[in-house]
Design a protein around this ligand. Structure first.
Ligand code: PMP
Length: 451
């Protein structure tokens, strides 16, 4: 019997050829950790709406959707038009320009806590800047963060994303940097209070407001407002990492959706409409630390410096403005959110019918699969946090992630590992096709004794 991987290889010969070339250029053949896929990844040639096509002509329903950046799907006409027009006018002025103001004003208009904005080039840069601002503003060093929450890949956030949460997430991180970071269990207010009692040098708290790694570890109701109260009472800077939830949970992000305002917000992804870009937005008095003054001493010692060749790049600004204008209506979020719930319900029904253990859960345009996990059942979706801690949810499907993804790819469905994200370009027909493909994928996985 042909195995999943033999079938995968047979259907993706063009990708295999490119991968062999890529191995000569890139250390492991890919250009982002989560794009790594054994035996080799699919090479995409073009994309449109919610679909993409690989070199071999295979079509996929895309649940990566630009790592969450493409709220409007691939090549939305308004974004294509805006970027094309800007392209003819220049890609980089090395100067201030009008579109960056329009872009910043959209952020202010949509994100409730955005008194001031500063553009950067990625989500990683956004959390880097937010953490630095928090430390500079308070004059303190310790950063509190939560197990399973992802904040990019700069040194200060390389502890606590993946279990075991007390070991660095990467080699090459000086222990001195991590000495100023404490990672706590999510949703545990007592742990936060204890950390604050033990350490009077805490500058701020950072978290993905809806929950770690795009809400795979959902935040309990009430936790955000409790953190808000603690930070206000103690003068700590509360940072929401809304790189993925920003403009997705609601036009105003998770802070609008949950009604809790942080002091600083890290933004990226949807912000720049599918092009590179990020921003920090927040309280004017904290953001004021970025202001250059006539005072050379303050510039050197009292402010947070911030160069960056591609800050507020005109092409990203064009895509960002075009996207935020549409995101402001709330319709894309509603559409993606409704379809996601339909997809999740359908997948759980199929799991139940196929008598496969595990469940699918999620919200606001994202889903997470725990297929083949005996400790979860479809019925338990609503109570996911009662059944598992951060380490369990961050581990997800573990070694089953790869065969499940391969089985879905064979059905023309491309989830980003154990998760997926929807856009306004996904349709009811896509959901129907996905459910049919999911059913066949479960069959294949059972046949191959993976499940
Ligand atoms: N924070 C969160 C919550 C993210 O989801 C990501 C990216 N997945 C980042 C930060 C890092 O953003 P970037 O990849 O743009 O550096």
């Amino acid at each position: 019997m042909t195995t999943i991987l033999e079938q995968y290889e047979a259907l993706h010969q063009g990708s295999l050829r490119l991968y062999q070339r890529a191995l000569r250029a890139f250390p492991d053949g890919v250009t982002h950790d989560i794009r790594y896929f054994a035996p080799f990844p699919v090479y995409v040639e073009r994309a449109q709406g919610a679909h993409k096509w690989d070199l071999d002509g295979n079509e996929f329903i895309d649940y990566w959707i630009g790592h969450g950046a493409l709220l409007l799907g691939h090549n939305h006409p308004a974004v294509v038009r805006a970027v094309s027009e800007q392209l003819g006018r220049g890609t980089h002025y090395g100067a201030s320009h009008e579109l960056e103001i329009a872009w910043g004003r959209w952020v202010q208009k949509l994100i409730p806590s955005a008194e001031r904005v500063r553009f950067v080039s990625s989500g990683t840069e956004a959390t880097l800047m937010a953490i630095r601002l928090a430390r500079a503003f308070t004059g303190r060093k310790t950063l509190l963060r939560f197990e399973g929450h992802f904040h990019g890949w700069h040194d200060a956030v390389m502890l606590g994303y993946q279990p075991p949460f007390d070991a660095p997430d990467s080699a090459g991180i000086p222990p001195g940097v991590l000495a100023h970071v404490r990672c706590l269990p999510p949703n545990d207010l007592a742990a936060v209070e204890k950390a604050l009692a033990e350490d009077d040098d805490v500058a701020g708290i950072i978290l993905e407001p809806a929950g770690g790694a795009n809400a795979a570890i959902p935040t309990r109701p009430g936790f955000l407002s409790a953190l808000r109260d603690l930070c206000t009472a103690r003068g700590l800077v509360l940072i929401f990492d809304e790189v993925i939830s920003g403009f997705r949970y609601a036009p105003g992000g998770a802070q609008a959706y949950f009604g809790v305002q942080p002091d600083l917000t890290a933004l990226a992804k949807i912000l720049a409409g599918g092009l590179p870009g990020g921003a920090v937005a927040g309280r004017a008095d904290i953001m004021h630390l970025l202001t250059i003054t006539e005072d050379a001493h303050r510039n050197r010692h009292g402010r947070v410096s911030h160069p960056g060749t591609f800050n507020a790049n005109p092409l990203s600004a064009a895509a960002g403005v075009a996207t935020l204008e549409i995101a402001a209506t709330g319709q894309p979020q509603q559409h993606a959110g409704d379809l996601t719930l339909k997809l999740i319900r359908g997948m759980n029904d199929l799991l139940r019918r196929a008598q496969v253990p595990g469940c699918v859960y999620g919200d606001r345009g994202a889903f997470h699969m725990l297929i083949g996990q005996k400790d979860f059942q479809p019925e338990e979706v609503e109570r996911i946090l009662d059944r598992a801690d951060a380490a369990r949810l961050a581990t997800g499907m573990g070694r089953l992630t790869q065969p499940v993804r391969a089985a879905l790819l064979l059905e023309g469905i491309d989830p980003s590992g154990p998760s997926g994200r929807l856009s306004s370009a996904h349709t009811e027909a896509d959901v129907e096709r996905t459910l049919a493909g999911f059913e066949s994928a479960l069959e294949r996985l059972k046949q191959w004794e993976v499940l």
